[in-house]
Design a binder for this molecule. Sequence first.
Ligand SMILES: *Cc1c(COP(=O)(O)O)cnc(C)c1O
Length: 476
Amino acid sequence: MRKIDSVFRKPLEAALESAMAHLESLDRTSVAATVDIVTLRSRIGKELPDEGVASEQVVADLVKDVEGGILGSAGGRFFGWVIGGSVPAALAADWLTSAWDQNSGHHSCGPAAAVVEEITGKWLKEILELPAHASFALVTGCQMAHVTCLAAARHAILAKQGWDPEQQGLYGAPPIRIVTSDKRHETFDRAIRLLGLGLAQVEYLSANSEGQLPTDALERALKAEPSAPTIVLLQAGDVNTGKYDSFETLIPIAKHYKAWVHVDGAFGLWAAASARYRHLVRGAAEADSWATDGHKWLNVPYDCGYAFIADPDAHRASMSSHAAYLTHDGDARDQLDWTPEWSRRARAFPTYAALRQLGRSGVAALVERCCEHAHSLVIKIGRLPGVEVVSEPVVNQGLVRFLDPKPGASDTDHDRHTEEVISAILATGEAFFGGTTWLGRRAMRVSVSNWQTSEADVRRVVSAVAQVLAVKPVHS
Ligand SMILES: *Cc1c(COP(=O)(O)O)cnc(C)c1O
């Protein structure tokens, strides 16, 4: 008989010890990597063993070998990309997800996992203020949420033209026009590519200086070919400025031309959870599909994104691997009818746990806290000498630029100086920021999505940036 306790307890306890040590160290250690790729490769690149290694030894070696190569993104001083941490209940539920190891593709492979997912989808629609009748899918991230939503769009649009894309493919199909802004997220383009819709069909309209799609530009584009089957992509939260498209204005225009409206709300859709920020998504519920993430602002572990589709039949017809065109109301929900995956992780458990731990008020407070901290980081860093605020946050994203102090400095000098300052901040280990190009100029992104970021973190980070700026820069 296998002694379950003796085989599992040691590696799991080693993992718990190391996880706690990591989480507790986040306040003290560098938030950026402290070892280079050569070091990591030499440590991790062991010979594939002929004989196995004891499980607790495997865990111990892993922890030792990755040291210095794990970013502090689980903690409160990480402001790169749009990256959240994990609230405790979600992290714990994620561990259990692995221990239970359910194949969450089908109800019969994990009845509880399927029901938790049903309830999670319902809760998500409630907190995001999306229509209760919308169908949903839990996928790996917003990228695959786009793919899921747009597969449904492709089905619905072509079905109206008497074309069945699942059966007939796209050879000879009527083209679908796609209209969006030149500031849309790149994951949208990849979804278009994966679905065979073709980037050549995309009309990129110029966004305004805030990153929003202008009303007149959309109207003009749609009017040019009023009866072309069309998908319109709108954004709830530009990745650089956090600005929102005006759903109230744009969706009725798109609807007038019978377009399918898809909303990229990877982080921005979460404004709906807060009474203070809800106005930003006003009208968004009138869209046809919505893509967002759990692993960003909800602070569940990777990987977790959510797709919502107002027309469940189109959703199911595009994804279901049996009984297409039928929704089985009242029946068990088989996840594989709604996702592009077959066997899959029961990723609803951590989301369910996060929503229960936080509650409506906790999610609202998380959203509001991140927005406040992003705002004070941008304003306080912006007050330091030689710093320009490029975009003041409306939500949790903002931009600053570091001006080269030398007399007669050009934009190219400011670009280079901004890069140098970002690198110097990373080198202090006190904070992690990334760079971006906004309206042709380099800037530092300030992105706050972690539940742990506190006022003390903001003070500490601002003073670290001030110290970097106080050191006379060395020019190459
Ligand atoms: C992060 C992000 C995405 C992609 O989401 P993933 O979860 O990385 O797949 C898409 N759109 C926007 C606006 C984002 O911020």
